[in-house]
Structure formats: structure tokens, C-alpha cells
Design a binder for this molecule. Structure first.
Ligand SMILES: [Zn+2]
Length: 272
């Protein structure tokens, strides 16, 4: 599942390629992935310019002129790519937004359909799935705000995965950040006092920044806008390394289930 670094990579590329470009057409192949304003997408957005492309948590927000936002969520298997108009259309491509010949076509493809696009206008009636509430951005979070989030008996991994508490982290970066801070994933959050809480916040930010520099981690579905893979998976310390030696202490990396999710950690570097 794409997490914050993968989505940030996509956003930066879309911003470079699409800002100030004019939408020429929109084609919806599957109406059930489109939520928000129910009016036909083509009539709504053709002719508008892209003002900005931004990210909020794992959401990609394309703001068009005259107060319309397209919010993409990639879910488990979603991809957002820019293809030449003539490229064959891959299976499970649900929405296509055409720009000029020299730009190409923005294509949203999502085989498992946990993602979608939200068309947000002031005038339109809202239909379909609602967008959930989001906690603060981890890269903008200060120590005080983080301590407030930690005031909970929940296991730290479960808390970090909860998008309404802190938004953008998923399974990969939670495991990597907990390892970097030496924190066991099942530790009750409110047991993390200073200096450990501060270490964990720094580890989260550093892990995310490094992953953004590597253009994210490609395990299965994630691709950049150009269809390239990310490379941060080569720097993973625990995620996907069950049974392999810890790079710090040599102990085999273990896999347990926390918060219903597969969780990798080093039993020696991350004692409970
Ligand atoms: Zn270790």
C-alpha cells in the first residue's frame, strides 16, 4: 500500500508535469470509484487549469481553477500515471483525464478498488464514500503534539497506524521507524517517556525523509508517475526481512501480528 513517501513522490512529479496545464477531457470507466459531486466529470472539469498539486497524508489533491478539487486515494493497489494518449489502456484503469498531446493522459488504475477519486466542489451534492478524518502530518509534528498523541494505553504500532491520530504512516514506515528508535511495537504508547518519545518522533521524520529521497519503496504495485519503481526497499532494516540477521546486532528479525497487521522487529534492539 502506498504510504506517505510514495504519495509525496507522485505528488512532486504530478506538480512538475501538470501545473498550469489545461484539462481537455475526462473519461470515467467505473462510476463507483468516483465520489463527491455527482455531475458528469467531463463536463465539470474540461477546460479548467491545474492550479496546484498537493499531498495531505496519503491523499493526492489536484486543485483546478474555479474552486474544484480532485482528491485521489490510491488504497491498496492504486496507481496514478501519466501516459501518452496512444499507449494501450491497462486493465482496471477506471478514470482518465486528458491533457494536451505534449502532456498526455493522467490515468487512475486500481485493481482492488480500495482507492478512489473524490470530486469536491462547493455547489455539488456529495455522494458516495466520505473522506475520513485525518490527524496531523508527521513531518510537521512538534514534540508537544506528539506527546499528546502518545497519551494512550494503545500499543504504539496500532496508534501510529491510526490515520485519525497521525496521518500518512502505514505498515512499512511504522516498522522501520520503531526499529530506528529501538521501540518494541507492542509497547503501550503512554509508557514512552522522554527521551524515547523524542527519539521516536525523530526516527519517524528521518525514515520518511530518507524514503522520499529514494522515491519510496516498491514492493508490488507502487510505481511513480512515469511507471518507475522506488528504491527505499533496499534500505529496509526490518520490513520484509523476517529471519534475516539484524544489521545492528545480528539477531534474526522476527515477525509478529500487532493491531491485526504483520509486524517485523528485532527482539534484541527493540526490547519490550
Ligand atoms: Zn538488532
Amino acid at each position: 500500500m502506498p504510504e506517505l513517501p510514495e504519495v509525496e513522490t507522485i505528488v512532486r512529479e504530478l506538480r512538475t508535469r501538470l501545473t498550469r496545464r489545461r484539462v481537455e477531457s475526462a473519461t470515467v470507466e467505473r462510476a463507483d470509484v468516483v465520489h463527491g459531486d455527482p455531475r458528469p466529470l467531463d463536463a465539470l472539469i474540461a477546460g479548467r487549469l491545474v492550479k496546484t498539486v498537493d499531498r495531505r497524508a496519503k491523499r493526492i489533491i489536484i486543485e483546478l481553477t474555479r474552486n474544484l478539487r480532485l482528491v485521489f486515494h490510491l488504497g491498496m493497489s492504486g496507481r496514478l500515471t501519466i501516459d501518452d494518449h496512444d499507449n494501450p489502456i491497462a486493465k482496471h484503469t477506471h478514470v482518465r483525464i486528458g491533457f494536451g498531446r505534449e502532456i498526455g493522459e493522467l490515468r487512475f488504475r486500481d485493481p482492488r478498488r480500495f482507492g478512489g477519486v473524490w470530486v469536491l466542489t462547493d455547489a455539488g451534492e456529495y455522494v458516495g464514500k466520505r473522506l475520513g478524518r485525518l490527524g496531523p502530518e508527521p513531518l510537521e509534528l512538534a514534540a508537544k503534539g506528539f506527546r499528546r498523541i502518545l497519551a494512550s494505553r494503545r500499543q504504539i504500532k496500532a496508534l501510529l497506524l491510526d490515520q485519525s491520530k497521525i496521518a500518512g504512516l502505514g505498515n512499512i514506515y511504522t516498522d522501520e521507524a520503531l526499529y530506528a528508535a529501538g521501540v518494541h511495537p507492542m509497547t503501550p504508547a503512554d509508557a514512552l517517556v522522554e527521551p524515547i518519545a523524542g527519539q521516536l518522533l525523530r526516527a519517524i521524520k528521518q525514515t520518511l525523509r530518507r524514503a522520499i529521497r529514494a522515491r519510496g519503496s516498491t514492493l508490488m504495485d507502487y510505481r511513480t508517475v512515469d511507471g518507475q519503481t522506488g528504491s527505499f526497499q533496499r534500505q529496509h532494516r526490518v520490513y520484509g526481512r523476517t529471519g534475516q540477521p539484524c544489521r545492528k546486532c545480528g539477531a534474526p528479525i522476527e515477525r509478529i501480528i500487532v493491531a491485526g497487521r504483520s509486524t517485523c522487529f528485532c527482539p534484541r534492539c527493540q526490547p519490550l
